[in-house]
Design a protein around this ligand. Structure first.
Ligand code: SF4
Length: 118
């Protein structure tokens, strides 16, 4: 199987060709080691940083930004967004507060990314 990808590890955006056989994955088109790591990871277990907003309790149409601390496996993104859109946050909150700890035992925390007063 062969995939064409654009490396998103830096702004250069190298065009990668990632090929996998039964026992090996090869990456071409990368200008550095990070591209090889990205290409292999995309083939085996793609991950993304997830950003979203969460509703503030008792404040209509007010939301606070949140994001995952580290990249999350793609298969967990939809369940996480469902959970985030269900939650409500009480003010005041501080930037960096853990909103969800160890989501679905992935080891990934969701953090609030903005301080907000009442
Ligand atoms: S392969 Fe290296 S140089 Fe190319 S986009 Fe990825 S990180 Fe940047």
């Amino acid at each position: 199987m062969e995939k064409k990808l654009i490396c998103i590890s830096c702004p250069v955006g190298c065009h990668l060709i990632v090929a996998s056989t039964r026992d090996r994955i090869t990456v071409k088109g990368n200008q550095c080691k990070r591209g090889e790591i990205y290409g292999k990871e995309e083939m085996l277990s793609p991950k993304r940083i997830v950003t979203a907003v969460v509703k503030i309790r008792k404040k209509e149409y007010c939301y606070i930004p949140v994001k995952t601390e580290k990249p999350l496996l793609k298969k967990y993104i939809k369940p996480l967004l469902k959970e985030l859109y269900r939650l409500e946050v009480d003010l005041p909150v501080k930037c960096g507060t853990v909103l969800i700890k160890n989501f679905e035992n992935t080891g990934i925390n969701v953090l609030i990314t903005r301080s907000m007063k009442n």
